[in-house]
Design a protein around this ligand. Structure first.
Ligand code: SF4
Length: 274
């Protein structure tokens, strides 16, 4: 039996998440992945923005920063540059990372800075009442789109790959064992790692769209295909399916290492000129 309690701040419980929310499933997966990598608690700094998922940093017993809306990647970049030995893990939601923090997201990918980002994608702004998010599927109802959204949703993984991220994976809260492996791979990767997690907000996404918690989890099961299985499927079979697994992995110079080399060169130049 996995000992979750050794990684939790039990004095912060009960948590604020609604019963059945995907955030708890993902938190448990993250703790198992950290345990598999074998990191000590003080070797980790976890940084979150604002939103239901970002409350996670209050419940876990690592170095943690609960920051401002859309800015966890900016804070995390500062932490990583100041203390490169830390494993910096960013907890962010779809609104936090792709709307308010959209530019930070693009540029963190571009720099290939060694951060592991867990993007909790529940297709809505849960904490603030179910407003339309950048990932809300077209046609779905939100508190700011009563007739259904007319916007096309972002594909966060394609965006990250195009912007330069070097580890890009997608999992779901339904496939929790696969998610353990994807997060483990992201933590071990040297460079910018994104793990997008399709997960359920049964309260502010489920209720207005008249889908239950079980139907939301069933949707994750029925509408996703692992990248390996997808290789054996025809375009017709893949129609409407969302691919999960490691979608992209590349080897490219990492930002902190380049920055340290840059400083060393500047110092050598200054010494030579003195
Ligand atoms: Fe989870 Fe949605 Fe409830 Fe927030 S509002 S805790 S995302 S179910």
């Amino acid at each position: 039996m996995f000992d979750y309690e050794k990684y939790l701040r039990l004095e912060m419980f009960p948590h604020i998440w609604c019963p059945g929310c995907g955030d708890g499933i993902v938190m448990k997966s993250l703790l198992r992945a950290i345990d598999r990598v074998g990191l000590q608690k003080d070797e980790i700094c976890m940084v979150s923005g604002i939103g239901c998922s970002s409350r996670l940093t209050g419940y876990v017993d690592f170095n943690t920063l609960h920051t401002t809306h859309g800015r966890p990647l900016a804070f995390a970049t500062g932490v990583k540059l100041a203390k490169p030995s830390l494993n910096v893990i960013v907890i962010t939601g779809d609104g936090d990372a792709l709307a308010i923090g959209g530019n930070h997201f693009i540029h963190a990918c571009r720099r290939n800075i060694d951060l592991t980002v867990l993007l909790f994608n529940n297709a809505t702004y849960g904490m603030t009442g179910g407003q339309l998010a950048p990932t809300t599927p077209t046609g779905k109802v939100a508190s700011t789109a009563r007739q259904g959204s007319i916007d096309p949703p972002f594909d966060a993984c394609k965006l990250a790959i195009a912007a330069g991220a070097t580890y890009v994976a997608r999992g779901t809260s339904y496939h929790s064992q696969q998610l353990d492996r994807l997060i483990e791979g992201g933590i071990k990767h040297k460079g910018f790692a994104l793990i997008e997690i399709l997960e359920n907000c049964n309260t502010y996404y489920g209720r207005p769209n008249k889908v239950s918690l079980l139907e939301l989890l069933q949707w994750e099961k029925d509408n996703t295909v692992n990248v390996k299985a997808a290789e054996r499927m025809t375009p017709e079979q893949l129609q409407g399916k969302i691919i999960t697994g490691v979608l992209h992995q590349a080897d490219r110079p990492e930002y902190v290492a380049m920055y340290e080399e840059h400083i060393a060169r500047a110092q050598a130049k200054a010494r030579a000129a003195a």
